[in-house]
Structures are given as structure tokens and as C-alpha cells.
Design a binder for this molecule. Structure first.
Ligand code: A2P
Length: 282
């Protein structure tokens, strides 16, 4: 990848810009509108939101007012947990399109798998949700479909279905690489997107990362974004601060050495959301 608009190619041939703009925890209203506009002005062409973030209306407003053509922006949203199932997913999708003010999505994801802690029939629920996703995809309302926070055992029945997920968006940052899931995804042609590539900011004060970033004269945030790319994942850095939004795009004029990659890749857990998809109760 040499620039922000260079793309990964998904398993159905759709191109997805290699860095996406994250909006988790971005407050709805002016903050979301202004940060998404700042991102599009800085050159991002990929915006990631979700129904549960509560900011779809503002994200849609920013896209409409940005002056960038709709077809030049890759837009992702996600179906929230309380809408799992066939009919409810179809309805949730309509609501998401209405809020965004769009007539199609580039990517729609199941936000979290139904898990064994909450449901005896977790696999059946996931398959029913996926059936709705496939229907929306086949109807041409979504260009690609995928999942988020799925572990290999959650993915198994979807991989065996008529449409293999194109994406699995997981928590991925130094100290939390989810190698088993990443390897499973790779083996099945599923691209891994990295949510919280900066560990929701927790990586920024890590001594090892500060030291490595200093080798390149860059920030830890830039190091983390670049590190995701060099690991073949698609980072979704979030910021509401124009200078940081811009800074996080400056990741194409340096290469992290093999030695530094190995050091970061072997870092022990140093903070994260703490969410295990098998045990979360939301
Ligand atoms: P803010 O949104 O206030 O600018 P993640 O992408 O892992 O979820 O991390 C997001 C957090 O990291 C937010 O708190 C964001 O702050 C902060 N952040 C994003 N980019 C940078 C940067 N380049 N420098 C410092 N902090 C950053």
C-alpha cells in the first residue's frame, strides 16, 4: 500500500481503501459531522460507523456535505446485537440506510456474534442473521457483507454457507493480535479489519512503542496504523481532532523494519477493551 486510497481486494472482487476512518465513541451531532468532513478533506475515502454508535445521521450528513461523490466513499455500518435474526436484521438495515441518507452500503457487518454465554442456540441465531445479510447482498443493497468480533468457531457455519464473509473486524493492536482468528480468516479469504488500532489510545503511552516510533521520527499513532498495514490488516483509526485525523494518514513514507515488526508482534498484552466475544453480556 502506497497511499490512503490504495485498496485491498475483498473475496468478491470489491476494492476497499486500505485505511478507514473510525467513528466509535465519536459523539453524534457537530463533532461527528466535523470529524468525518475533516477525514474526507484529509483524503480518507472509507468511513466506518455502526447503528450502536448513534452517529449514523451525522456521518450521512457529513458525506452529503463533503463534496465527495458517494461512489468514491466506502461506507460501512453494522447491525446491533438486539436486532439479530432474519426479519429484525432486514429492518435494522433499512433503518441504517434511512439514518445515513444512503440508498446502498458498501459493507454491512454483524457487530458481535451471538455467543454461548447468552444463547444455547447461538449458532442458529448467527446463521439466521447471516441469511438476512445474504438476501440484502443479493438484492444489490450492499456491495460486501461480513462480521465483527467473530472467533473461528463463530465463523465456521458462515464460512460453510452460500456466501463467505468478506471481512472480520476485530480488536487488533500491539499486544492483542488475535493470531488464531487472524490465521483462520486468512485461510478462508476473509480480510481482517483492525478496530482500536491505537488500543483506544492506550498504546500511545507504551514505552516500547514510543522508543520504536522515535527511530522513524513519527508518532506512536502512526506507528500503530502502519504496523496494521504491514501485518496485512486494515486499520480504522478514530479521532475527532483535525491534526490527528491528518497525522494518521501520513503512514506511507516510512517502512517499519523486520526487526521492529518482530519486536511489536511479540509484545505481551498491554491493555485493551477486555471484551471476549464468547463472554460479553451485551
Ligand atoms: P481524539 O479522538 O480525541 O483525537 P483508536 O483508533 O484505537 O480507537 O484510538 C482512538 C483514540 O486515540 C482517541 O482517544 C483519539 O483521540 C486518540 N488518537 C487518535 N489519533 C491520535 C494521534 N495521532 N495522536 C494522539 N492521539 C490520537
Amino acid at each position: 500500500m502506497k497511499k490512503l486510497t490504495d485498496c485491498y481486494i475483498l473475496n468478491n472482487g470489491v476494492a476497499i481503501p486500505c485505511v478507514g476512518f473510525g467513528t466509535w465513541q465519536t459523539p453524534d451531532g457537530e463533532t461527528a459531522v466535523n470529524s468525518v468532513k475533516a477525514a474526507l478533506a484529509a483524503g480518507y475515502r472509507h468511513v466506518d460507523t455502526a447503528a450502536i454508535y448513534g452517529n449514523e445521521v451525522s456521518v450521512g450528513k457529513a458525506i452529503a456535505e463533503s463534496g465527495v461523490a458517494r461512489e468514491d466513499i466506502f461506507v460501512t455500518s453494522k447491525v446491533w446485537n438486539k436486532c439479530r435474526g432474519y426479519e429484525t436484521t432486514l429492518a435494522a438495515f433499512d433503518e441504517t440506510l434511512r439514518k445515513l441518507g444512503l440508498d446502498y452500503l458498501d459493507l454491512y457487518l454483524i457487530h458481535w456474534p451471538a455467543n454461548k454465554t447468552q444463547f444455547e442456540n447461538w449458532d442458529e441465531i448467527n446463521r439466521e442473521t447471516w441469511r438476512a445479510m445474504i438476501e440484502l447482498y443479493r438484492a444489490g443493497k450492499i456491495r460486501a457483507i461480513g462480521v465483527s468480533n467473530f472467533l473461528p468457531h463463530h465463523l465456521a457455519s458462515l464460512v460453510a454457507s452460500e456466501v463467505v464473509p468478506a471481512i472480520n473486524q476485530i480488536e487488533f493492536h500491539p499486544g492483542q493480535m488475535q493470531q488464531e482468528t487472524v490465521e483462520y480468516c486468512r485461510a478462508h479469504g476473509i480480510l481482517v479489519e483492525a478496530w482500536s488500532p491505537l488500543g483506544t489510545g492506550r498504546m500511545l503511552s507504551n514505552e516500547t512503542l514510543i522508543e520504536i516510533a522515535s527511530h522513524y521520527g513519527i508518532s506512536v499513532a502512526q506507528l500503530c496504523v502502519r504496523w496494521c498495514l504491514q501485518n496485512g490488516t486494515l486499520p480504522l483509526p478514530k479521532s475527532v481532532t483535525p491534526s490527528r485525523i491528518e497525522q494518521n494518514t501520513q503512514v506511507f513514507d516510512f517502512v517499519i523494519s523486520d526487526e521492529d515488526m518482530a519486536t511489536i508482534n511479540s509484545m505481551a498484552y498491554c491493555g485493551g477493551s477486555g471484551h471476549n466475544p464468547d463472554t460479553v453480556t451485551f
